[in-house]
Design a protein around this ligand. Structure first.
Ligand SMILES: [Zn+2]
Length: 254
């Protein structure tokens, strides 16, 4: 029997990292408090692929898990819907979003346009402290990969991209990148076809070297090829089976 949403959420109830919640504040546009905590918790569970795309999130269950009122839960789910992680269907409730093939193409096309430009900006303004933080982030990514904590590794590789957007210090871009990265995580959960991890650390290392040299052109080039490479790792063929007649399917000549 597949594990239920409530089982998974119960296991992932953690205290959100305040540094993280500041960053996410822009996406959820929520004041610090219960609603934001629930948002962050569910977001982590989705980004770590603990909650699968398409899974139903019932208001009652979520409320019970977090000991929160229906109003608080509803506000949290609405905020998550706003960030694209959850879809709310009329009369049916909230579900972990399940991006279509078309959305997958569009998200990666947008990333390939925006993120290289953001990487260039970041390389031009990065400070020594930010460089050190980015290095530490990359090390945490390596540790997670080597300890086979793939959910955590996946979340860290996504937040490496949002960290670059924060360094670029451009609020519109960083909001866009954050939303694209969240959606990408769901897209990767659904359509990733390679056996290796989505963000191989090779590209992230190369980016870091370009940042160290403050080489905007180089950072832009590396980020572009990294995202095109990620895009090519997705199997976005139309999965809908063609309608065939019974005789075609059974190989009979008509
Ligand atoms: Zn990456």
């Amino acid at each position: 029997m597949p594990i239920s949403a409530s089982e998974i959420l119960k296991r992932t109830v953690t205290t959100p990292d305040p540094a993280n919640s500041n960053q996410l504040h822009d996406v959820f546009a929520l004041p610090a408090g219960r609603t934001l905590d629930i948002c962050l918790n569910i977001q982590s569970a989705i980004l770590e692929h603990k909650l699968a795309p398409g899974l139903k999130l019932s208001e009652d269950e979520v409320g019970e898990i977090y000991g929160a009122s229906r109003t608080v839960v509803r506000a949290a789910l609405q905020a998550l819907a706003h960030s694209g992680l959850i879809s709310i269907r009329k009369n049916r409730g909230a579900f972990v979003a399940k991006p279509s093939i078309r959305e997958a193409h569009e998200v990666f096309q947008a990333r390939a346009l925006i993120e290289p430009a953001v990487a260039r900006l970041a390389a031009e303004v990065i400070t020594e402290t930010q460089l050190a933080n980015l290095k530490a982030h990359l090390e945490a990514e390596h540790v997670a990969i080597h300890s086979a904590d793939m959910g955590h590794a996946l979340m860290l590789s996504g937040s490496f991209h949002t960290a670059i957007a924060d360094i670029a210090d451009h609020r519109v871009f960083s909001g866009m990148v954050r939303s694209l990265i969240s959606r990408s995580s769901l897209i990767i959960a659904l359509y990733w076809k390679r056996s290796d991890t989505a963000c191989e650390s090779h590209s992230h290392n190369a980016l870091l070297r370009a940042f160290e040299k403050r080489d905007g052109g180089e950072a832009e080039k590396i980020q572009k090829s990294h995202i095109i490479d990620l895009y090519s790792g997705l199997d976005l063929r139309d999965q809908t089976p063609e309608t065939v007649t019974l005789s075609q399917a059974l190989g009979q000549k008509t």
